[in-house]
Design a protein around this ligand. Structure first.
Ligand code: DHB
Ligand code: FE
Length: 282
């Protein structure tokens, strides 16, 4: 099979790299003082590791060829979002009131179709997976309803594939921007996402296999929730009893973010409620 017909690391990595370049890299400005402080510390951490672990030339060269391969596979966004972003998110949102956030990950695409509540995410006629009704309310920290709040959702399909990062999935599949009603209430019909394995055939997969780790993230919904005058929350929601809640490769699970869906009374799948609380903009 060709790169076009399989979900290879190189294909999803190249897409994630391209996506990052077009959305985010231009905005990044860091002062000389901070670059000096941060780069010095990172280099020192590596040098300390070499000295303390007595790293050999074979190990040093293995690292060099691995770092080269991360770039060739386009996996820097994946590597950073899996192993580092959770700490950046923790620092960024340490003092924020309201609902918990967590990492964005590499597969967000801005500009998904705007849908009025009650909404159904774009999906294929024969979209596999158990139907899920996801609903709730968006308020401020004082309980004020946020009329017309935006609930942007994206998630993997029943096979663990994200649209625009895996071949043969329609462009906006399982991605949408749902507009809450005048009471801040939103309702979204979608399907239960599957647990997700980060690509195993590229450099990140090679690291995982070589270190004897696993590549799994628990099944999750990604969200960005916002309203004018309030701070946008980037978060994820997980599902109770998922075997990878306690050992997420991306360290992005928080106990407040675990949903417990129930069977719908009419037998058409499952439903769950989650209320978002947004902090006022600074
Ligand atoms: C990765 C994928 C995700 O879906 C996510 O939420 C975080 C990280 C990744 O492959 O790096
Ligand atoms: Fe994800």
């Amino acid at each position: 099979m060709s790169v076009e017909t399989t979900a290879t690391a190189a294909a999803s990595g190249a897409n994630a790299t391209e996506r990052f370049r077009s959305d985010k890299s231009a905005a990044a400005e860091v002062s000389t003082e901070r670059v000096n402080a941060l780069a010095s510390r990172v280099v020192k951490a590596l040098v300390d590791t070499v000295m303390e672990e007595k790293v050999s030339y074979d190990e040093y060269n293995a690292l060099k060829s691995w770092l080269i391969k991360v770039g060739e596979d386009g996996e820097w966004p994946l590597f950073l979002d899996v192993w580092i972003e959770h700490a950046v998110e923790e620092v960024a949102n340490a003092d924020r009131e309201g609902s918990k956030g967590t990492i964005e990950g590499p597969y967000y695409v801005p500009g998904s179709p705007v849908l009025e509540t009650p909404a159904t995410l774009p999906m294929r006629d024969d979209e596999p997976g158990r139907p899920l009704l996801f609903q709730g309310r968006v308020t401020g920290v004082n309980g004020e309803p946020l009329a017309g709040a935006s609930v942007e959702i994206w998630h993997a399909d029943d096979l663990g594939f994200y649209s625009q990062f895996a071949p043969d999935v329609p462009e906006w599949n399982l991605r949408g921007t749902v507009i809450a009603d005048s009471e801040g209430v939103y309702q979204v019909n979608t399907v239960q996402p599957a647990p997700y394995q980060i690509p195993t055939d590229g450099a990140c997969g090679q690291l995982i296999a070589s270190a004897g780790w696993h590549a799994w993230r628990p099944a999750h919904l990604h969200l960005k929730v916002s309203a004018p005058g309030y701070q946008l929350i980037t978060t994820q929601l997980y599902f109770t009893a998922d075997e990878h809640l306690s050992d997420d490769i991306a360290s992005a699970v928080k106990p407040e973010l675990v949903l417990e869906p129930k069977d719908k009374a009419d037998g058409t799948g499952r439903e769950v409620s989650y209320d978002f609380v947004l902090a006022s903009a600074a």
